[in-house]
Design a protein around this ligand. Structure first.
Ligand code: G1P
Length: 293
């Protein structure tokens, strides 16, 4: 079964990035000259996704606007010999269909995903990407690795996981299960933000999921969970009790760009990966380290 849709929740208030998020949605804060959201949208497109469903709050239309062609700007750049600047972005836009669903109240990730139920067919599998987590896949994008695992396992749901430190369990959805092959776990349960003592493993999700449409039925009757919010993790935990759900330790590097340190690391790494900035960046860092600043 082809997975062609991804749900990306972008309704968050971005309080960790205040004061800039007072007027700029967190997702549009740039890493170099591209907004954070474009990195995860690119991951989706490279993984074969054709439709992006943004779950957004009423005041965040600028996220959607970023992915719309701007004829006036295009013409201006063309007429001034700068047409190639927007070529990259437009080539991304031309490959995807964007839908927007409004989440009126911020009641948690489970509640956000539930808003998109009418966009997914009854027997369709879909992906979810959390945009605060940018993942650079090793050879293939993270989402495409999960899609492959799902295909190889009769279209079963797959949760992308990574190893975390014992001290970090309280920040993530953590899985429980039995390792059945390299990087592959058959899940028994999933717990949202457990304490170090309660965590069933050190495998946590940084927000990459392949889910079946059945999850919407579970989300409808889900009680509030951790933090008094409707948690997607709790719905996945229920799903594990009625069908096979796998967790896959994807290959790649994940940046927690929802926090300033992770955002800074991504900015440095992406500059070092840019052929036009690499030498400048290295010289700059060398100079600063030498001068002790
Ligand atoms: C959310 C999810 C959590 C997941 C995390 C990844 O938590 O609820 O299961 O591990 O994203 O970043 P949040 O960070 O939004 O509190």
């Amino acid at each position: 079964m082809k997975i062609s849709k991804v749900i990306i929740p972008v309704a968050g208030k971005g309080t960790r990035f205040l004061p800039v998020t007072k007027s700029v949605p967190k997702e549009l804060i740039p890493i170099l000259n591209r907004p954070m959201i474009s990195y995860v949208v690119e991951e989706a497109v490279l993984s074969g996704i054709e439709e992006i469903i943004f779950i957004t709050s009423p005041d965040k239309s600028s996220v959607e606007s970023y992915f719309m062609a701007d004829d006036v700007l295009d013409n201006f750049l063309k007429n001034n010999g700068k047409g190639s600047i927007l070529e990259d972005l437009n080539s991304l836009i031309n490959k995807i269909k964007i839908k927007t669903v409004i989440q009126e109240e911020a009641l948690g990730l489970g509640h956000a995903i539930a808003q998109a139920s009418s966009c997914i067919h009854e027997s369709e599998n879909f992906a979810v990407i959390l945009p605060d987590d940018i993942v650079q896949g090793k050879e293939n994008p993270c989402l495409s690795q999960l899609i492959k695992v799902s295909k190889d396992n009769d279209g079963a749901p797959v949760i992308g996981v990574m190893k975390i430190k014992p001290s970090e369990t309280h920040k993530y959805g953590v899985i429980d299960g039995q390792n059945i092959a390299a990087g592959l776990t058959l899940m028994k349960a999933m717990v949202e933000k457990p304490s170090q003592e309660e965590a069933p493993s050190l495998l946590a999700t940084p927000g990459r999921y392949i889910l079946p449409a059945e999850i919407f039925k579970i989300l409808k009757t889900l009680p509030k969970g951790s933090g008094g919010e409707y948690q997607l993790t709790d719905a996945i935990n229920q799903l594990c009790q009625v069908q096979k759900v796998f967790a896959y330790e994807f290959e790649g590097k994940r940046y927690d760009t929802g926090q300033l340190p992770g955002y800074l690391e991504a900015t440095i790494d992406f500059a070092l990966q840019d052929p036009h900035l690499k030498t400048y960046m290295l010289e700059l860092m060398e100079k600063k380290i030498k001068n002790g600043v």
